[in-house]
Design a protein around this ligand. Sequence first.
Ligand SMILES: [Zn+2]
Ligand SMILES: [Zn+2]
Length: 352
Amino acid sequence: MRSTTGYGALGSEEELTLRTIERRELRPDDLAVRVTYCGVCYTDLSALRAHSHGAGGDLLVPGHEFVGEVVAAGPEVTRFQVGDQVAVGNIVDSCGVCAMCRAGQENFCVQFPTLTYGGRDRHDGTPTLGGFSGEYVVRESFAYHRPENLDPAAVAPLLCAGVTVWEPLRRWGAGPGMTVGVAGLGGLGHLAVRLAKALGARVVVLTRTSGKSADARSLGADDVVVTTDEQDLARVASSIDLLIDTISAPHDLGQLLRLVALDGTLCSLGHLGPISLETMDLLVGRKSLASAGSGGRPRTQELLDFCSEHGITADVEVLPSAEVATAMRRLAANDVRYRFVLDLSDLPANGS
Ligand SMILES: [Zn+2]
Ligand SMILES: [Zn+2]
């Protein structure tokens, strides 16, 4: 085993503490990656909460959007070499042969993809431990070349938040002549605005308070609609071709559907669970309600290449890794603009 250090919680612990963790020895197609920066995703917070409330047992080490440098490569690795700058997202393996995998949507693998943390390795059954650590061991086919012209800390969130909004933008053809709406201006939403704008779409941000108007416009929004203002809503009724809804708390999808244009789509990314809907809101205008989550390998590399070409990164607040608890606490309070990133280069790569 390869020893490294990472921030983890055992049993019902509610705080992440620095501990020695074990990684597998490299298999022939594995890379060992010295982790430098890892984004803090809302999923990390949910996982820690679930873990501390009894779902735990195994060690939990969160972190599934990170960048780093290849420090070792197995003998069958062909796409990377030691010293390469890489990025890893929220899945690290899949069956490779099902319909979803063959379509390049390993994120929807029918056998369930191996999650970067909180999953089980497909070969030895060991629990996967995430990127809040000094080193990660990953199959080369689930690592990506990191664009070296971009700030590495600000690239990390592209691997989860970024690809989660990129897939629906590409699926529904965001581009010139199209109006894209973005509801919610957090980690996902701020990237959706930048990406939709760079794709050539007209971008409308939907926000509950006018206080975020200036932020939305500085990210590239052409219009801002305050959803608590009926007149403002009426102004944009039936005008949005693709509405990317990043809000994760329960909310009225009917209100958003009424803003969608003829044959348009409302894509909800917030894992809302069971919802109720007035189907008349779909009938009038022949509208579609859809969802999406994470991304497959082809779209992930495509996103990184697009961001490199267009100079797009996340707005991040970088914290020393020892401040992981601060990041979690402030994220829980929605006090971040727009993503925390932990600097893990301050950890020793090898455990004691
Ligand atoms: Zn995530
Ligand atoms: Zn599969």
